[in-house]
Ligand binder design. Structure first.
Ligand code: ADP
Length: 190
């Protein structure tokens, strides 16, 4: 199985590159942001709880996202592999993911981190906010909060995979195609 963690701050291009990876390698895309937005649009209790936090740019509790990922792994037993996008976002989530995969005799193949400067991220997110309709993209204060949450809670997840020799970083500025070419080269070494 090919299990990739696509890593990087909000606006780094994880969603875009995930789409290209799915097409090329036939993987299942698991984006916790998309799953949470799905819960919100269906008006579930979980969605209602998550919405308040997401609108403020704060991470939702670990147990919520771990539960969602566990369900998705169970309902895709025959998958060739998964792309984890926006997950794990805390070290506790990374530990839980290792355990979930281990219980299915599988493991993370590697983490690919997209590196983009903070100024470019803010610019990209504000631009995306104009047509994504996402409240968390429209407000500069919320964008800065998301980048702060990333630096405080998510950035340490890179060390977790570095310690397992599963970490590669890729320059996330440039054309979508050239970034993908580099990601594909890395993916094929995994
Ligand atoms: P972005 O990467 O642009 O921030 P996402 O769609 O991945 O967009 O995430 C949007 C919001 O959803 C986050 O700010 C956070 O509130 C919540 N979220 C998504 N994934 C997680 C996660 N793994 N753990 C906690 N909160 C999450």
């Amino acid at each position: 199985m090919l299990n990739l963690v696509l890593f990087g701050p909000p606006g780094a291009g994880k969603g875009t590159q995930s789409q290209k990876l799915i097409e090329k390698y036939g993987l299942i895309h698991l984006s916790t942001g998309d799953l949470l937005r799905g819960e919100i649009s269906q008006g579930t209790a979980l969605g209602l709880e998550a919405k308040k936090l997401m609108d403020e740019g704060i991470l939702v509790p670990d147990h919520v996202v771990i539960g969602m990922i566990s369900n998705k792994l169970d309902s895709n037993k025959d998958a060739r592999g998964f792309i984890f996008d926006g997950f794990p976002r805390t070290v506790a989530q990374a530990i839980a993911l290792d355990e979930l995969l281990k219980s299915k005799n599988s493991a993370i193949s590697g983490m690919i981190a997209l590196e983009v400067s903070d100024t470019e991220l803010e610019h990209r997110l504000l631009l995306r906010g104009k047509d994504s309709g996402r409240a968390d993209d429209a407000n500069p204060e919320v964008i800065r909060k998301r980048i702060k949450e990333y630096n405080d809670k998510t950035a340490p997840v890179a060390d977790f995979y570095k310690n397992q020799n599963k970490f590669t970083s890729v320059n996330g500025s440039g054309s979508k195609e050239s970034i993908f070419d580099t990601i594909a080269v890395v993916t094929e070494t995994l």
